[in-house]
Design a protein. Structure first.
Length: 317
């Protein structure tokens, strides 16, 4: 039975030789467990000590009734996340101790990639926080500056001529626009720092589209302002507010279609829709004045003619 004895001795020798490796792996796991528990307790107790739950409640991220329970749940989740991250960091040496390089090498490569990516993620997070902070400050500064200059008195020019306080407020709108643009620039820069192909493509597309958005907003604002000004001029010239309203909404419609075209928003459909609407308005105007409103049109033309003649007589005097 020499062959059987040799095989048994070889197996026993392999088991005995593997025992130090197993003990090393167990020691690594024990060390990982101790460090993970310490890190978890530091995070949980540290967040509780600095009042993280009160900050969540102040920011409205947890309700007042369940603020303590919700915040404790979030803090516990962060602690468990740190706990498992520590264990993942210790997995490569554990598998190396067990001579399982085929498992430890992929884990080590993954952890190396993650650790190399963390500094870029940290910088990107700082850029986003800094950008949002600066955007908020500059947006508020622009709003307060315009309000101090009493720019709100021109709100009627962008609110369909409505002089009430409801609607678009120019200082708030411009302040919000500046804040959004600054925030977008910082977000795009943060995406560039991450150096991921998808994020780089998204950032490039956003930067390329921002000038179109700015020009579209300018066109829309000029359309509203020009429409309201033209409405007042036409109403004062003809003495009829209805014609002034028609002129105003025509200018606004043209500005809306120009804005959509500037944004490259289904250009063919927008152009066709504009032509159809313009043709329909022209036909409706011709029919209403040529058939149904002949007396009204004649009356308005006589009124306009009398006004022009009266102004000519005043100039001759």
């Amino acid at each position: 039975m020499g062959n059987i004895g040799d095989q048994f001795s070889s197996m026993l020798s392999s088991i005995i030789a593997f025992i130090p490796n197993l003990i090393s792996a167990i020691l690594f796991l024990l060390l990982a467990w101790i460090i993970a528990v310490i890190v978890k307790n530091i995070i949980v107790k540290g967040l509780n000590a600095i009042g993280f739950d009160r900050w969540l409640q102040k920011k409205g991220l947890s309700s007042e009734d369940g603020a303590k329970r919700e915040s404790e749940g979030l803090i516990s989740t962060l602690g468990k996340l740190a706990y498992f991250l520590v264990f993942i960091l210790f997995l490569p040496p554990v598998f190396d101790a067990l001579n399982m390089e085929s498992v430890s090498n992929p884990i080590r490569e993954m952890m190396t990639a993650v650790l190399n990516f963390l500094p870029r993620l940290f910088v990107a997070g700082i850029l986003i926080l800094l950008g949002l902070y600066l955007a908020k400050i500059l947006g508020r500064l622009i709003t307060n500056l315009l309000k101090s200059l009493n720019v709100s008195k021109f709100n009627s020019y962008v609110n369909f001529g409505d002089k009430s306080k409801e609607g678009i407020d120019i200082p708030n709108a411009l302040g919000w626009t500046v804040a959004v643009l600054i925030g977008l620039f910082f977000v795009v820069q943060a995406l560039t720092v991450l150096n991921l192909e998808v994020f780089n493509t998204i950032g490039t597309a956003i930067i390329a589209y921002i000038p179109l958005v700015i020009s579209a907003l300018i066109i829309l604002a000029l359309g509203f302002i020009g429409g309201n000004l033209l409405s007042k001029v036409v109403a004062k010239t003809t003495g009829n507010a209805f014609i002034g309203e028609i002129a105003k909404y025509l200018i606004i419609i043209v500005a809306v279609f120009m804005t959509l075209d500037q944004l490259n928003f289904a250009q063919s459909i927008v152009n066709l829709a504009f032509l159809f609407i313009l043709g329909a308005v022209a036909i409706a105007f011709a029919i209403s004045f040529g058939i149904g409103g002949r007396a009204f049109a004649e009356k308005q033309l006589h009124k306009f003619e009398n006004k022009v003649q009266k102004e000519d007589r005043n100039d001759m005097r």
